[in-house]
Structures are given as structure tokens and as C-alpha cells.
Design a protein around this ligand. Sequence first.
Ligand code: HAM
Length: 420
Amino acid sequence: MISVVRGMRDLHGNELAAWQQAEDVIRATTAAFGYSEYRTPILEFTELFKRGVGTDTDIVGKEMYTFEDRGGDSLTLRPEMTAPIVRAAIENNLVRHSPTTRLWYLGPLFRYERPQKGRYRQFHQFGAECLGSAHPEADAEIILLAMETLAGIGISSFRLEVNTLGSPESRAAYRAELVAYLSSNIDALSADSVRRLDTNPLRILDSKDPADAEVVKGAPRLYDYLDDDSKAHFGAVFGILDSAGIPYTVNHRMVRGLDYYSHTVFEIVTDALGSQNAICGGGRYDPLFAILGGTATPAVGFSIGMERVMLLLEAEHGGWTPAAGPDVFLCCASDAARLPSQLLALRLRRAGLSVVTDVLRRSVKAQVREADKLAAQVMVTLGDDEMERQEVVVKHMASREQRSVPLAALVDEVMKDLKA
Ligand code: HAM
């Protein structure tokens, strides 16, 4: 037997129906905020992520599915969506055509991580990116869009954590202080953090290693090194969140795992999913356009991990709501009715109804069992007697009440039962 690839999942049945409902909420909420969908290819040049996400990040260093194609190009299955969206915006001049460009996306991503509950090698993100504004209203809009979507999907056990990384200049001053402090405690740091001391010392701040966390407790605070503009920007974001009644906490140690951020960063976290506690990550990434060779363009966005949202939905609601069955099961009661019953099904489908027919040539009894199993609302039966009288039997499955109706009135009669 050939199994599914480790860390990847099939989606079907009631779970898939719940995903589709969540996707409907995503479409409605993004439309309400004026965001348009954007779809990029699943493969990009490897260079895009190396430059965009940063070579010292876990994503680029250890987690990418990278291969050489037959033409010798190094391609990568996208591990995140922000770099592809910015690539597309630069390539298609999106921001020049419209000064603020608001985009959303939903699709599969690939990271070679150790699989566990809530962490997969193929997973899906819904995300949004607001391109072109350096102002705090854009940061707040993005946070509100993420929060409104999660609430609309029907989950509530999450909270918002925010932080600011300030401008690149103020961060540089802080970085020097932080490295000095961490170097004086180097013996207490994990091996990973010792390595990061040279390459990406800020990441040590949100290390999950208990030894690192102990050292970090005494570390200087980034916020104290920020310039006035950075603090004012952060304060303005708070002001909007406060006015909108959105609760949040400031997590001074949050730095996020990708290199492109500046100013506001945020995560939406939950206690209900064990160690995979982040359901959304995002922030402002003003440097990214220039890093990818475009005109400097401020931007802010987020990505929500769909699998984690769906796990939370399942946990909060005690399972999946069963998907609705078909409107009609069309039961064929004789050999001669086989073709006419298929044509009747087509007539009902063209009237907008969902109809399942028997294609196994089973007995009427077996077909009734199937109609119940599928939770069909109405069963329509056509046999020799009915054909002779130009009638069908319409049965309301929940009440088990049935009646003969003229063939010509079929659609109207079925509609009556569906409303009942
Ligand atoms: P990220 O924090 O790497 O950010 O991922 C965002 C979310 O994707 C996480 O909070 C989590 O819910 C989900 N996620 C990540 N990896 C996995 C995995 N292996 N299995 C299941 N879910 C996962 C970004 O990707 C940035 N592009 C966010 C962003 C958008 N920043 C600005 N704009």
C-alpha cells in the first residue's frame, strides 16, 4: 500500500465541509474590508525565499522543499506567502497602479518540520497583505481583519499579543547592547542560541529553551531603545485597538521567525492546542520590497494557519457538524425506469437541487437504506406503475410521509417537502 506522505493530510467529509464554511467566512470578511484575492504559483525560485525570508531563519535553513528542475533552475515549494505576494506586486507594478493594494490569499504551504498535532509539512494559510501605507491605521486594519475573521469562523479561545521591533536604525543600537549582554552569559545559553549570537541575536529573545529563557529574563528591553517615531507608531496602533475594544497584551520578547519585519509584530495565540500555540502571525515588513529589488514600499500583513484554526473549532464545538445530505435521493424501482429516472434526476439538478441516484442497480430496500445513510431530505421513486400513470412517489424522509404526484409537478412538490 502506498500511504500519504508524512506530515501531509487528506481532507474530506464533515471536516472538509467545515473548512468550506470557514472559507465562506474568509471571502465575506475580506470583501467587507475591501481586500481582493491573489493567487500565486506554488513554486517560486529558491532565491526569492533566501532573500525575502532570510538565510538564517529556520524556514530557509532547514525547512524548505527545494529541488532542481529539469532545466537546472533551483525551485522551492513556497514555505510562506508574503515573499511571493511582494514578488508579484513588484513584477506587476501593483502598488504603482493603486497606492494602497489590499490582497488576501488562501492556499497550501510546505515546510519540512517535525510533524505533530497542529504542525504539518503541507499546511494552509489564509493571509492578507496591505501594501503601500506606512501608517498605523494599516497595522490596525490588518489586526482587525485577522480578529474579525477568526470570530466569524466561530472560535473564541485565542488572544492577541503585540510587540514592536521599531525602525531598523533603533534596532541596530539595541542589537549591540543585547549581544554584549548575551555574550557575558554565553555559558548559560543553548547551542542554538550561541550560534545565533552572531547571525540573528534577536531570535534568542523568543527561544523556547528554558536555559535561554532564564538568561533572557535579565536582558535589556528592545522597547527602551526605540526612537520616538517608533514608539509613537506603536502607541497609535494601540489607540485604534483600544477604541475598537480589541483586547491585547504586549509581549516584549516576541520577535517572529522571519527576517523582514520592522515596527509592529503580532501573534494570535491559544492555550488549547498544546505547543503549537500560534494560530496567526504577522506584522509590518517595510524593508521587504527593497530587499526583493523593488521600490521601497511600506507594507503590513498576517497569515493564519488554517489547520490550527480548524483544530480549535473542532475542540471548541466538540466535533464537526455533520455535512448536509443531498436534497433528493432518486430511487429507481424497475429495470424500465432506469433511464427515465436518470433523466428525472437531471431535471431536478437543473432546477438547482442536489440529487443522488442509484448506479448499482440495487433493490428498492437497499436504495432506501442508502437514502437514509446519505441523510437525503426527500426520496423520489419511479417504477413501472408510476411510469404508466405519469406520476412519481415523493417521500419526506424525516416524517416518512409519502404521496403520489404528477410528473409534471415534480419540482414544485419536491420544493414543498424541502421547505417543510
Ligand atoms: P508564520 O508565523 O511563519 O508567518 O506562519 C503563520 C501561521 O502559519 C502560524 O501562526 C501557524 O498558525 C501557521 N503555520 C506555520 N507553520 C505551520 C506548520 N508547519 N503546520 C501548520 N501550521 C503552520 C508567516 O508565514 C508570515 N508570512 C506571516 C505574515 C504575513 N507576515 C506578514 N504578512
